[in-house]
Design a protein around this ligand. Sequence first.
Ligand code: HEM
Ligand SMILES: *[C@@H]1O[C@H](CO)[C@@H](O)[C@H](O)[C@H]1NC(C)=O
Ligand SMILES: *[C@@H]1O[C@H](CO)[C@@H](O)[C@H](O)[C@H]1NC(C)=O
Length: 258
Amino acid sequence: MYKKLAVCSLLIAIIALILPNYVSNVIGTIIGSYLFFTNESSNSDGTIFTKEELKLYNGIDNTELYLSILGNVFDVTRGKKHYGPNQQYNVFVGCDASRSFVTGMFGKEDISEEVIDFSKEELSSLNHWVKFYKKEYNQVGKLVGKYYFQDGKPTPYGEKVNKLIKEAELVKEHEKEQLKKFPHCNVEWDANQGSKLWCSNKSGGISRDWVGVPRQYYDVNTKSYRCACIKQDQVNNIGNIKEYEGCDKGSNICFVKT
Ligand code: HEM
Ligand SMILES: *[C@@H]1O[C@H](CO)[C@@H](O)[C@H](O)[C@H]1NC(C)=O
Ligand SMILES: *[C@@H]1O[C@H](CO)[C@@H](O)[C@H](O)[C@H]1NC(C)=O
């Protein structure tokens, strides 16, 4: 199960890398792209579906395949090989199975629109899927129920989820900025020397034009110390860092006995 989740995370990460929205650092662009409760395209997403109506778009009663995510209905007929009868992701069509996009549980009994209890990471991963469908498929309407009223206006629940997603994306954006400013060190363990911690111009997966020096960095997000590469001209300006014992101030490499 963990392996499966890892593969899917990878899939999501790949999707994230491909879509230009995700690599944009302009927070405004990001905010704009994840607000799905807009009426800018009310002609294309104006149809209001009841649960019973949506149920028919399952590829059997009706040849079209529609799925709903957070109450937004998309035409996924083009993805018949994924969503068609007896296909791997058939569980998603004809209903709103928002929860399963994150849990990866595809049984009939797992189908649920409920996501309010999701963590920030889970909401962010769910939002990847919303953006995926907006990009890859056409929205054809909205589903009456948990997320939208009969008149297409978002319910308080829908507004709450939208707000939580917005917050989750902002936190994630902030964490990404922190990782760029304070990239992880490279780590290697050696039986004789203990841990070798060192910085390079791409340690922590952050390609940059500086290398930095290893420091113990207190990460407020995880509430713990980790090794971070600190830009040399900033070592005196940053509060939440400590030098490694027995390591030269200016060295790119530190050895730490564990
Ligand atoms: C949380 C778990 C997962 C969810 C919610 C999920 C969901 C989806 C969805 C909705 C699609 C169709 C995308 C489209 O419309 O083009 C898809 C495609 C696919 N998924 Fe997953 N998936 C999950 C886990 C996995 C795992 C564990 C694997 C592999 C072992 C996997 C492999 C694939 C493959 C190969 C495709 C087809 C890609 C293509 O042909 O374009 N997925 N997934
Ligand atoms: C949405 O539509 C309503 C009227 O239908 C309008 O008053 C409102 O300004 C619109 N909102 C946006 C963000 O376009
Ligand atoms: C990173 O360092 C390598 C040598 O270690 C160098 O060839 C490369 O140009 C550097 N990259 C950047 C972005 O400075």
